[in-house]
Ligand binder design. Structure first.
Ligand code: NDP
Length: 293
């Protein structure tokens, strides 16, 4: 297939790498130096300077951008150059309402849209093992499946356009809640003098465990490596989408509201470049302890 890819960020770049192994790939990035570097490191890939060049002649375009706002801007440009029957696969963690609007705009030009946000982070993108949650028609999601297969181990069709983004937002607000709770819980135990590694071992053999305690804390916190793989600002954005999604569905959501407000305050305090695990580091600093083995 001929594929265009927009957004060579922390997770977009390894996804594009996997696509380049299977497809004819063109890449576009807001900062052109990243696209040029990607082209030089991946023989056969072509970096383009404009969205129009990206969309023309492509069977599908994949977007992986911060929010649906950037996707909407690009989609309106793509609508001018992509021919009817082509496909936009949006891997951004976007919002369901915007996705429905983008899909409607593209449909006027006969272009299909599938929301296909991903989970697993850059490490699983590198190994082609992401989970992809899709919203769209049966036929469009089947076509999107052929594209995302390059970087996905699991692809689930959840419903019409917007369903993938609703699913991703709820997943990520649960992740956000678990990060805060695990951080506060573990610094409490450390302050009491318990060995953090033993505490994590017990949690992971007990009912309080989560992906945060099973994977993120052992790999990134107890080791003291703190890699910067996912910006806190993006997780705060996801928490906001989750709250709006619950409100739109008419569901009372005091817990989700609380988590969102905590992340809003953390984003203001820690800044746009903070990593999503930095709240645990902040909890350590406030408690005067370190969570190391
Ligand atoms: P990054 O912040 O690392 O990269 C963002 C990308 O979007 C860059 O290519 C950036 O270009 C581009 N961009 C930023 N602003 C604009 C704009 N106004 N117009 C066009 N392009 C723009 O983000 P990630 O790669 O981490 O995340 C991308 C999406 O994937 C987000 O929705 C995120 O929530 C989601 N996601 C991220 C995961 C992760 O672990 N990192 C995991 C799962 C989902 P430039 O290089 O010029 O800055």
């Amino acid at each position: 297939m001929r594929i265009g890819f927009a957004g060579l960020g922390a997770i977009g770049a390894p996804m594009a790498e996997r696509l380049a192994e299977r497809h004819e790939l063109k890449v576009w990035n807001r900062s052109p130096d990243k696209a040029a570097k990607f082209e030089s490191e991946h023989p056969g890939v072509r970096a383009v300077a404009t969205i129009s060049e990206l969309g023309v002649d492509c069977d599908a375009v994949v977007t992986c951008l911060p929010t649906s706002r950037e996707v909407a801007a690009i989609a309106s440009e793509l609508a001018q150059v992509m021919s009817a029957g082509k496909l936009l696969v949006d891997c951004t963690s976007g919002d369901p309402g915007s996705s429905r609007e983008i899909a409607a705009t593209l449909a006027e030009s006969g272009i299909s849209f599938v929301d296909a946000p991903v989970s697993g982070g850059p490490p699983l993108a590198r190994t082609g093992q992401l989970t992809v949650m899709c919203g769209g028609s049966e036929a469009d999601v089947a076509r999107a499946g052929e594209v995302v297969a390059a970087f996905a181990a699991k692809v689930v069709h959840l419903g019409p356009v917007g369903s993938g983004h609703a699913m991703k937002a709820i997943n990520n607000i649960l992740l956000a809640a678990n990060i805060l709770a695990a951080g506060e819980g573990l610094v409490t135990l450390a302050r009491l003098g318990l060995d953090p590694r033993k505490a994590v071992e017990v949690l992971n053999a007990s009912s309080g465990r989560s992906f945060v305690t099973e994977s993120l804390i052992p790999d990134r916190v107890l080791t003291g490596t703190w890699p910067r793989l996912f910006r806190l600002a993006l997780l705060e954005k996801d928490a906001g989408i989750a709250v709006d999604t619950a409100a739109d569905a008419g569901i009372d959501h005091p817990v989700l509201d609380f988590v969102r407000e905590e992340y809003r305050a953390l984003r203001a305090e820690l800044g746009e470049e903070a990593d999503y695990l930095d709240p645990i580091r902040l909890a350590e600093q406030r408690a005067g302890v370190v969570l190391r083995g």
